[in-house]
Design a protein. Structure first.
Length: 288
């Protein structure tokens, strides 16, 4: 977790993509046999059961900064870097969850494939996400998690505007699912790495709690607004143009915010180094 933190974190998060892959297929089969109500109940029972089984096996390996427990450090939450990271998390989460919400029904409603193929698109998103997390971990270790995240966001934006928006065919829909799965699978796994790099591992837990709230805000904003756009401009679910553009804007905004965060952090680090040299090499800590 020191030298290869990116690889370790991304390996740990591959379970999400693997779970999404098999649960998409299993849920589709269960809906056909038992209906959607029992499918939801079965998924809930599985998730709660697995969560209760593995939780006792987890151990705290890092001491919290300054004995900190509960709420995040007020100095951190009030910093410019945290504000940029919070806003970026809102747009990252919106862009991450939106393809899972809209790409499968796009395949059914606008492309015209069967609902079975719609579920297959969801499986492709999750399956390719597993591969990406294995690749992006070493990339984050090499170039830094923020630049790795920027690369994933730009690639996602290109996939939305160059593959998804102009074409309404099954092949291009699957190609879009592959690219968005490859890039999107890393969006969530890179956030803890960026947080640890900016604020230290000791503050990671409390800050991530606030950032996951930001992710909730992003998912709650992107999907419902996308649904409203589809209702108003979608022609009864036959035209997803407005929704696709909206999702692409989320990726673009997230990329701009992460670049701003990286540039600001680099300049801040440069000023801290100059201040450290000016006081005879004593360490100067600035949370902003």
């Amino acid at each position: 977790m020191g030298r290869r933190r990116g690889l370790a974190t991304c390996l740990a998060t591959t379970g999400g993509s693997i779970g999404g892959l098999w649960m998409s297929l299993a849920t589709r089969a269960l809906i056909a046999r038992a209906g959607w109500q029992w499918s939801l109940r079965a998924n809930g029972i599985i998730i709660i059961g697995v969560g209760l089984a593995v939780s006792p096996l987890m151990r705290m390996r890092t001491r919290l900064a300054g004995g900190q427990r509960g709420l995040a450090d007020v100095r951190v939450v009030g910093s410019v870097r945290f504000a940029l990271l919070f806003l970026a998390s809102v747009f990252v989460a919106g862009g991450y969850f939106a393809p899972y919400e809209f790409l499968p029904p796009f395949a059914v409603g606008q492309v015209g494939v069967s609902k079975t193929w719609g579920a297959n698109v969801s499986s492709v998103l999750n399956g390719s996400g597993t591969v990406s997390r294995l690749v992006v971990g070493p990339l984050a270790d090499a170039v830094g998690p923020m630049w790795a995240l920027v690369g994933c966001l730009v690639a996602s934006m290109v996939a939305v505007f160059a593959l998804w928006l102009p074409f309404a065919s099954l092949k291009m829909t699957l190609a879009t699912a592959v690219v968005l799965g490859l890039t999107g699978g890393s969006l969530i796994s890179l956030t803890p790495l960026i947080t640890a790099e900016l604020f230290g591992v000791g503050r990671l837990l409390s800050i991530l709690g606030v950032l996951y709230f930001a992710s909730t805000v992003g998912s709650m904003v992107c999907s419902p607004v996308g649904g409203l756009l589809l209702d108003k401009y979608g022609g009864g679910g036959k035209d997803y143009t407005s929704v696709i553009v909206y999702i692409g804007v989320f990726y673009a905004a997230a990329a701009v915010l992460v670049v701003a965060l990286r540039v600001y952090s680099a300049r801040r680090s440069g000023r801290k180094n100059e201040a450290s040299r000016s006081v005879g090499g004593d360490r100067v800590v600035a949370l902003d």
